[in-house]
Design a protein around this ligand. Sequence first.
Ligand code: PMV
Length: 330
Amino acid sequence: MKATAKAHTNIALIKYWGKRDEALILPTNNSLSITLDGFYTTTSVEFNEELTKDRFVLNETAVEGEQFQRVTKFLDLVRSLSGKRLYAEVASVNAVPTAAGFASSASGFAALAAASSKAIGLNLTETELSRLTRQGSGSACRSIYGGFAEWQKGEAVDGSDSYAVPIAPREHWDIRVAAVVLSSKMKKVSSRRGMRRTVETSPFFNGWVDSIPYDLEAIKEGILNKDFVKVGEIAEANCLKMHATTLGANPPFTYWLDTTLSVMQTVQQLRDSGIPAYFTIDAGPNVKVLYLPEHEEKVQETLRNIPGVSDVKLSRVGQGISYLEDDTFV
Ligand code: PMV
C-alpha cells in the first residue's frame, strides 16, 4: 500500500488571509494562485500493518514535534475517510526552503494528500483531493492544479464547498516568477498565528475582505486576456493590502525586512525604466517578482545586484499533482 506523488508550490496573486473556521481551515475570502514549476515536494507514503505509529522523514531527517503532529493529524483524516486503521511511513523531499514565505506547506500537504489517499486506496476526484488537502494547509488546496487556480471559499459550515478549481492551464500563458531569497531562516509569526491575530484585532481586516471580489473578477479577466500589466497591478496591490492588515493588528507585526523594501523599490524602478515587473509577498520576508520571458535576463541581473539578496530562483508556471512510479523516488 504505497504511493508517491509530486506537487508544486504556488504563489497567490490574490491572497488567502483569514479563516472563518480554524479547525476545518475555511477561509474568509477566495484566493487565486499560479502553480510554480521550480519549487516542489515529492512524498512517498506506505501504510503498513506492522507499524505501531506514523513516521515522518523530511529531507532524510526524522521529524518530531509540531510538524509531525500536523502530518499525523492529516493522516487521521485519510484513515477515517478510508475506514482503515493503518499507520504510515512518510518520506518527503522538499525542493523549497521551508517556512521562509515560500509556502512549502502548499507543496508538502498537496503531495502528502495525493500520495496518502492513493496509497490507502481512496480513489478521489481532483475536487475531493483539493477539499482533503485544504484540511492540511489552506493554500495547498490550490496546488492540485497546474497553471492558474482559484480556491473558492464556499459557504457551507462543513467545508464541503470549499476547494480549488482550475482557471487556466499552464500552457495558457508563459509568465515567469523570480523568487528573491533574503532569508531562509524560519519566520517568527506563522501564517496561522498571523491570520488569527489579524482577524481578531485588525480594524483593516473588513476592508481587506470587502475588496476581494473586485480584485478577483479583474484579475481573472486579465489572466484570460493575457494582460500582464493588469494582472501585475492587481496582484501587487492585493499583496500590499494583505500586509497592511498586519500593521493594523494588535500587537502589530510585519513580515518585511529592510531588504524586502529594497526589492519592492527596485521592482518599481524596473517599471520606471520600461520593464513591466510586479512583486508579491507571502507570510515571510522574501519577494516574488512577476515578469515576462523577454525580460528575464535584465530582471534577474537587477535583482541579484540588490545588497542583502542571497539568491534569485527563476520559475515558470508549473503543473498539478503527478504520481510517480515508486522506484523513481530516492
Ligand atoms: O496555507 P497557509 O497557512 O500556508 O497560508 C498561506 C497564506 C499566504 O501564503 C500568505 C497567502 C496565500 O494565499 O498563499
